[in-house]
Ligand binder design. Sequence first.
Ligand code: AMP
Ligand code: GLY
Length: 438
Amino acid sequence: MANSNEIDDVLNVLVVGSGGREHALCWALAKSRRVGDLYCAPGNGGIANVARRVNLNANDTDGILLMCRDVNIDFVVVGPEAPLVDGLVDRLDAAGVAAFGPSAAAAQLEGSKGFTKDLCDRYDIPTAAYGRFDNESDAKSYVQKQGAPIVVKADGLAAGKGVTIAQTVKEASIAIDKIFDGQFGDAGHEVVIEEFLHGEEASFFALVDGEHILELETAQDHKAVGDGDTGPNTGGMGAYSPAPVMNTDLRARVMAEIIRPTVEGMAKDGAPYKGVLYAGLMITDDGPKLIEYNVRFGDPECQVLMTRLDSDLLPLLMASQDGTLDKVSATWKTEVALSVVMASKGYPGPYEKGTLIRNIDAANKVDQVTVFHAGTALEGGKIRATGGRVLNVTALGTTVAEAQKRAYGAVDQIKWPSGFCRRDIGWRAIEREEAESA
Ligand code: AMP
Ligand code: GLY
């Protein structure tokens, strides 16, 4: 593969995944002067505008390996966590294909909550106090001893559904039963029980190459389905970047107390981390604490990060893969980006599939707005909804309030009777802006 310093070469790039995150990654990579042919497997109804779609599932490792050989892929960008935890990057590596993302061993940072808690314990990384249990009765006696509120988590990947914030010991007990009853399959062989942390949540992103760290930007998302952050949790109903709570001092603390010890610890433990490290943080009265790591870009956080990124994305991702992150830097727009997720009515519960969406073009024409697709399919020139989270209407603005106004202006152009969105994405940041200007 070409060295990232040889800027004259163009590379054939494959993005793996099908969500709004992957649309945003393809959109950013399509602008790169270093990208030759850009492919996405499997992609979605919007990605065809920026990349060639390949009919391969993100978990079809053998298919992806064959495709890389057949069309001479030089670099693979893996979007979602599941193929990373399953070792896609290890397989590509063994086949001589350079890929962005962690090895299976390093992806344990997301693949096992217990793994990450033990790492925090070993390297003094601030996080909620916890216990790890492989049976119900020990888990329940720990809960009895600690009292509520308390947080119960399935150890493994559970698509964001494995976490219960229990307000009572009884609720915690029910959550423990559910996990050991097999509700989360393999993810539920073990449970992590944590102290409930109070504070404001924020997300912090960094690129890592095993040794060097390139700090990216911050974001905040809205996980709950309903306005005012009410109702069940989802994959994320909207996000904005930067996170106003993350001032310079806090960012420096996060790097020094959380990110750097993690990267050094992983290297010391023989599983050097490469890829994007996404820290979910709680900003408590005692400072920042790690809630969890993800080993991929957030969705929809990626959409707001890519909208703000001014640098060419490809050399940054390549530097993470080839160990030269100390030689690159990233520049960002000073504007705020905000993304509103439009979802199928019923989500995160059951919803109708195949409903028709019209007028996305008009939304895309709104000044400073980009509509990323998630669960959509293009059929006979028409866009239909195929998933829970369907569109990410993303806008830039000089303030969060301005970005929000633009995003909802574009949302209102879209004609989709079977869809809905939250109407208050960014509310906390806007309150802060209003308080600061008062
Ligand atoms: P996780 O999948 O671990 O990020 O948890 C999902 C969500 O649950 C987080 O974004 C937080 O809102 C919440 N959460 C998880 N752990 C804690 C904790 N220890 N204290 C308070 N809230 C938590
Ligand atoms: N939006 C949260 C996540 O990607 O995990």
